[in-house]
Design a protein around this ligand. Structure first.
Ligand code: HEC
Length: 127
């Protein structure tokens, strides 16, 4: 192998290694949502939506709360709509079942709401 070929192979390997490091840190970021937001989710949301977002809780089942972990659910709401639901709550009747969630406008800071939207995205199948 010529000197030139060797150097370019080495350089290419270097790029691959860098890429791998970059991917690994991106993956660990996605897999580890910040702990504070997880705590907020567990304290304020999980009683209905479940820690895992599947809503398999007494309250969640009673109100026919949807499983947030499905691609369908993730697709059916924009970030803006999720944010609006958190701020203003939900109060409707679906198939004769009352669906009620209080609004968190006063209880959560805007950055907490944004972090929750991001967190809910990590519950979906893409993460
Ligand atoms: C008292 C039970 C309860 C709690 C607590 C609760 N929710 Fe909900 N939430 C519901 C119900 C019921 C619905 C409507 C049914 C559905 O769409 O799954 C809903 C719907 C939603 C939706 C979808 C909006 C829509 O129009 O369906 C989002 C987003 C959401 N909740 C986020 C949150 C977040 C974030 C928290 C915590 C800060 C939270 N919820 C706490 C009961 C609750």
């Amino acid at each position: 192998m010529s000197q030139h070929k060797l150097t370019s192979t080495a350089r290419r390997l270097g790029h691959v290694a860098l890429l791998a490091v970059g991917l690994a840190s991106a993956v660990s970021l996605a897999a580890e949502p910040d702990k504070k937001t997880m705590r907020t989710w567990k304290a304020k949301c999980a009683s209905c939506h479940g820690a895992d977002g599947k809503a398999q809780t007494d309250q969640g089942k009673k109100m026919h709360t949807q499983d947030m972990t499905t691609a369908e659910w993730q697709k059916s709401f924009t970030d803006e709509e999720i944010k609006k639901a958190i701020l203003e709550g939900v109060n409707r009747e679906k198939d004769g079942v009352k669906q009620e969630m209080e609004g968190y406008k006063d209880a959560l800071k805007p950055e907490q709401v944004d972090a929750l939207v991001k967190y809910m995205r990590t519950l979906g199948p893409a993460s």
